[in-house]
Design a protein around this ligand. Sequence first.
Ligand code: HEC
Length: 431
Amino acid sequence: MEAHFTEWLNLGIRWIHMITGIAWIGASFYFVWLENNLNRSNPREGLSGDLWAIHGGGIYHLEKYKLAPPKMPENLHWFKWEAYFTWLSGVALLLVVYYLNPSLYLVKPGVDLAPAAAIAIGLSSMAVSYLIYHFLCDSPLGKRPALLGAVLFVLIIAAAYGFSQIFSGRAAYIHTGAIIGTIMVGNVFFTIMPAQRALVKAIETNTTPDPLLPAKGLLRSRHNNYFTLPVLFIMISNHFPSTYGSQYNWAILAGIAILAVLVRHYFNTRHDSSKYVWTLPAAALGMICLAYVTSPAHRAPAAAPVAAVEQPASETVAKVEEVGEAAPAEHTSSGNGAAASSAEGGDFAKVENVIHERCTVCHSANPTSPMFSAAPAGLMLDTPEQMKAQAAKIHAQSVASQIMPLGNITQMTQDERDLIGSWIAKGAQIN
Ligand code: HEC
């Protein structure tokens, strides 16, 4: 019952998080686009430019004032609640998913860290990161945007590396996202909003606005814009175990973040020239390279195989793929005579035992773990047929990377992983 309640709580908060996040980032994209596409030739008196657009069956005419209209409108729309609610719902989600079950989702298996301490590190990292960021922006470095960007990048990846040493891969990624998200919302709350309030107040009281404040607001809003694509990747990264599940997950994140920032830069500058068109194919090529280096064939084994299985990794991978496509059994089991090398690898009874002991508390039609009311990710491993059908996934999550069992809560040993690996390498025979 409790598990069911948590699932719906998760659903509700996640949904809100997505909706407000789309509203926030959508507005950020839209206003940067608007600013870049204003027609600045011959603007009307007091304007810096205008823009015509058609959308949803209507034609719009937008005008940007150099500073302010002669008379302030009664209704001036502000954009802040989408940012605040994205952050609040994000923190709530962090609580429901990671902090309610720290030993399962948060702490890296094998790391001696009390759950309360892990949570404290997670929460304080957000505040500390914002303070460091704020300090750097206000320091002399703030006058050199490119250098500042590089320093921030290195610091964020250093944080990701630190997280990856104590948190599970997923938690390390999500906390990196959380510190970036906190910096973004901090920019809205502590810099952009006060700057805008000061501007409006100056206009209303007919005094000269301090030009420093809007300039600061603009720099921070630019930063936020460059943060968006990496953050969006982090938010969906949960679905991609070959990224967060890797031993070098922080480096993969660094690679993806660089590509994302390149792409954002192209979109932010393309009204000026096509100088940065190269970033698009470069980013695509970069993604292909990342896919290549993260492929199981190139992944260093997380821990050197202790027992059996003398097959080269690449061969194992080929086999796993074949199994995934349900290739004929004779074909997958031939393996260049390797099948004969170990009777142990083919012993399905042992494999079945291991899976029942280590996996089916959760992955079952009727999970016995109190934390789940239904099989997580819909994956059930109750019967030999289910085990065979899911062999490729089992390999990816519990042999190639050691994401499963979650938090290694059922204490699967390396020997057991090797046993399953060798069973799959030999064609995942179930009789
Ligand atoms: C404590 C509960 C638990 C145990 C034990 C556990 N898992 Fe999982 N497993 C999960 C959860 C939760 C997910 C869903 C993760 C997510 O949110 O993406 C999952 C996801 C998976 C997936 C991905 C399924 C998909 O389609 O995305 C695979 C494969 C998997 N587990 C295999 C295993 C194997 C193999 C074992 C045993 C060696 C195991 N799990 C043990 C909880 C568990």
